[in-house]
Design a protein around this ligand. Structure first.
Ligand code: GRF
Length: 221
């Protein structure tokens, strides 16, 4: 598979979603080139994952910048210095300025641990348990200036059981994240996924609704 699409990944922590991209790319299943991994925290485990995979990595701490605008300008400079066709947010725990988002609009994806539009923001697993919901999940979406509100590409549902804790639920959701995020990245890299006039297009047609998978469902091609 031709490795055409240059991808930069932004992280803040563990980097398990990053790892699935690294692994699939290494197995020749993703037509991407991982250009760089950038973290706003220098203790993010994902930086080690990048080093192990020989991907250039950078810790760019927000603490060294006086404002959000200054930080995002430095971040954009770092991203662009590597050449980036697709920016993948994988657990990047910062709100981005509208200028930054507009610069990468249509080529920036995020994964969020809820069935958006439900539970934007933080602590989604806890909030789902508090509400007594029977279903939970994750969503891949294009990033737009409104937090966790960009057009949704793909979602995966998981059941919520009586015995679930935040930890068990997080693990079940993450297993699905690791399936659907690489799929969306692959579609983008293959030129099949695009954001046009604010709408998600797959294979040239607007998606009438986000694609929703059940836990463990076979992935579409
Ligand atoms: C994931 O649960 C993702 O949905 C959220 O942050 C977490 C990142 O996990 N945005 P990891 O760093 O990829 O393991």
């Amino acid at each position: 598979m031709k490795a055409g699409c240059r991808v930069t990944v932004l992280i803040s922590g563990n980097g398990s979603n990053l790892q699935t991209l690294i692994d699939q790319q290494a197995r020749g299943e993703l037509p991407i080139r991982l250009q760089a991994v950038i973290s706003n925290r220098d203790d993010a485990h994902g930086l080690q994952r990048a080093t192990d995979a020989r991907i250039p990595s950078l810790a760019l701490s927000h603490k060294q910048y006086g404002s959000r605008d200054e930080y995002d300008a430095a971040l954009a400079q770092a991203i662009d210095s590597h050449g980036t066709d697709l920016l993948v947010l994988a657990g990047f725990m910062r709100i981005l300025t509208p200028d930054f988002v507009l610069r990468y609009q249509g080529r920036m994806l995020n994964i969020h641990p809820s069935l958006l539009p439900a539970y934007r923001g933080l602590h989604t697993h806890r909030r789902v348990l508090e509400q007594g919901d029977s279903q939970h999940g994750c969503s891949v979406h294009f990033v737009t200036p409104d937090l966790d509100a960009g057009p949704i590409v793909l979602q995966a549902r998981v059941p919520v059981g009586q015995q679930d804790t935040e930890e068990t639920l997080a693990a079940r959701v993450q297993a699905e994240e690791h399936r659907i995020y690489p799929l969306a990245v692959r579609w983008f890299a293959q030129g099949r996924l695009a954001l046009r006039n604010g709408a998600v297009h797959l294979d040239g047609s607007p998606l009438p609704a986000p694609l929703v998978l059940g836990q463990g469902d076979p992935l579409p091609h």
